[in-house]
Design a protein around this ligand. Structure first.
Ligand code: BDR
Ligand code: CA
Length: 325
């Protein structure tokens, strides 16, 4: 079992990612840390607890980190994720859960110092940059760092060139990429090039409901708003679920392919938040990232569905042609 901290901003797709992670026995989620992103951090905390409660996993600790980006003004994504950050499902708060006094950064330092723990970052990289400020050594002790964020060739979702997580806090993203560069380390970037291919369609949702009504209804509740948003803004029937792919790729790196490159983040101007991936080696700098460009969509869905529903892979494989129609 690989130990991992999930740093996230739940968020509809963050919640789906937590569901996949907590149903996967190859990984041990030792804690969840919350960053301001899709939702303000106190709302993200309550949402993480709601997901844990649904999964019967309230034993997993949740800590709260940054409440705003490093330099920029904070811009949440409640227009995409609904007023409650969970698709306006308005699920009840889990009773008696106070925000712990231990901060996300303090928790990360403790866990990473064991030197057997990785990080999956599903939100802006503010908590990771804060960790670098306080204890760079602990940050560099992470076995693996996977980040859902950025984009290489695909267009952005906040500007023509920028993806939300890096656009919301470009200064922190830059610190993370630069620190990795200075220390000869790499981050695995699961960006829009690949996550855009993961579309939860009405058929897939209906299929999940047929096989596991409790899980299906939970997913239906939290994604309905997201479906409407995608129809209005992207003319897609369904919704792109970005974050679970980062978890899936962490579990099985055969799920995606890409290339190594030096990457930096633009922190100002019209390209603010852009992940500038030097795929042609203009800068002649050693790689600090592995950029995912291809994903096995079928393999992803079989992994996701079989795990969140606790059903044999073979059953879903048999139905797959029908589900993807
Ligand atoms: C990313 O931004 C958020 O809206 C999602 O949760 C995901 O992490 C996609 O750009
Ligand atoms: Ca997210």
């Amino acid at each position: 079992m690989r130990r991992v901290i999930i740093d996230c901003d739940p968020g509809i797709d963050d919640s789906l990612a937590l569901m996949l992670a907590l149903k996967s026995n190859e990984i041990d989620v030792c804690g969840i840390t919350i960053v301001a992103g899709n939702s303000p951090s106190d709302m993200g905390f309550r949402n993480a607890k709601k997901v844990l409660s649904f999964l019967g996993r309230l034993d997993v600790p949740v800590y709260v980190g940054a409440s705003k980006p490093r330099v920029r003004e904070y811009i949440n994504a409640l227009d995409t994720h609904g007023r409650d950050g969970l698709g306006e499902s308005f699920l009840e708060d889990v009773p008696n859960c106070e925000i712990p006094t231990k901060t996300a950064v303090e928790f990360m330092i403790e866990e990473l110092s064991r030197k057997d723990t990785s990080i999956i970052a599903l939100g802006p990289l503010t908590n990771l940059a804060d960790l670098i400020d306080v204890n760079t050594k602990a940050f560099l002790s992470a076995v693996d760092i996977v980040s859902m964020g950025g984009t290489f060739k695909s267009h952005g979702n906040c500007s023509p060139v920028a993806e939300y997580n890096y656009w919301e806090d470009p200064d922190s993203a830059k610190i993370v990429f630069n620190t990795l560069f200075e220390n000869g380390r790499k981050l695995k970037m699961v960006g829009l090039d690949v996550t855009r291919k993961i579309v939860l369609t009405p058929t897939i949702l209906e299929y999940i409901c047929r096989l596991d009504i409790k899980t299906g209804e939970f997913i239906r509740k939290i994604t309905k708003f997201y479906f409407d948003f995608h129809w209005e803004w992207e003319h897609i029937v369904g919704c792109v679920i970005n974050d679970p792919l980062a978890v899936a790729y962490f579990i099985d790196d055969e799920l995606g392919k890409g290339f190594e490159a030096f990457t930096d983040i633009e922190v100002q101007g019209i390209s603010i938040g852009q992940s500038v991936v030097d795929s042609m080696n203009f800068y002649k700098k050693p790689a600090n990232s592995y950029i995912l460009t291809d994903v096995d969509v079928k393999k992803f869905w079989i992994m996701f569905m079989s795990r969140v529903m606790n059903i044999d892979k073979e059953i879903i494989e048999k139905d797959f042609e029908m589900i993807l129609k």
